[in-house]
Design a protein around this ligand. Sequence first.
Ligand SMILES: Cc1cc2nc3c(=O)[nH]c(=O)nc-3n(C[C@H](O)[C@H](O)[C@H](O)COP(=O)(O)O)c2cc1C
Length: 213
Amino acid sequence: MTVLQILKRRRSVARFEPEGLLLTREMLEELIGDACLAPSDFNLQPWRFVVVRDRERKEILYDCAYKQEKVRQASAVIIVCGDAFGDRRAAEEAAEAVQTGALDQAQATQLVEAIHRSYEGNDVARFAMAVRDPAFAAMSLMLLATERGIGTTPIGRFDDKALRRAFAIPDRYFPVMLVAMGLPALDAPVPPRGRRLPPSEVVFHEGMGGAEP
Ligand SMILES: Cc1cc2nc3c(=O)[nH]c(=O)nc-3n(C[C@H](O)[C@H](O)[C@H](O)COP(=O)(O)O)c2cc1C
């Protein structure tokens, strides 16, 4: 399948066949590992994934997600989290770049300085890091799942506090979204895809022109 074919095939599954697919730990780890080929700022990879497969844990997640049925129907739900302090990996990342020969020592030192300049005392940049980079990974995860015949739904409606408490997510991590995965219900018709705004409405060339519509 081409990328375009996968993009067209991916739809948010409205209803899953309850636990209709066996998604093993190994399968999910491989899928997530591949999704981590997504780009991230300075390659800091500020994404973390909590895999929820256990039926009782899914019930708890279902409550956190305002009782959206698809959460407990899904074979697995991935809680995609962002690390607002991903820059703490700066030295490690620079050392790895030296080891692989991508950077020399002087460049590695500059890299660490550049990372610190970007994030220290900059809460907006920290928030962006915790949301933007994991979103790339989440999209990659959904496209890879589609390619492998697994249905997905991104879920953004959940109670942040309840989720953090139930899944022991420390403050520095930001639960960005849930990705429910499984077999789409066999008897559920796929509704027509919501219309996408055309390029004439969303594309601006060389600037937005400044005026509010
Ligand atoms: C950030 C985000 C949050 C979403 N949250 C939910 C959700 O809580 N529950 C749900 O059923 N669908 C959710 N969706 C799925 C959207 O409704 C769906 O992507 C959109 O209607 C377009 O349909 P499609 O994915 O089939 O193309 C979410 C999607 C995104 C990107």
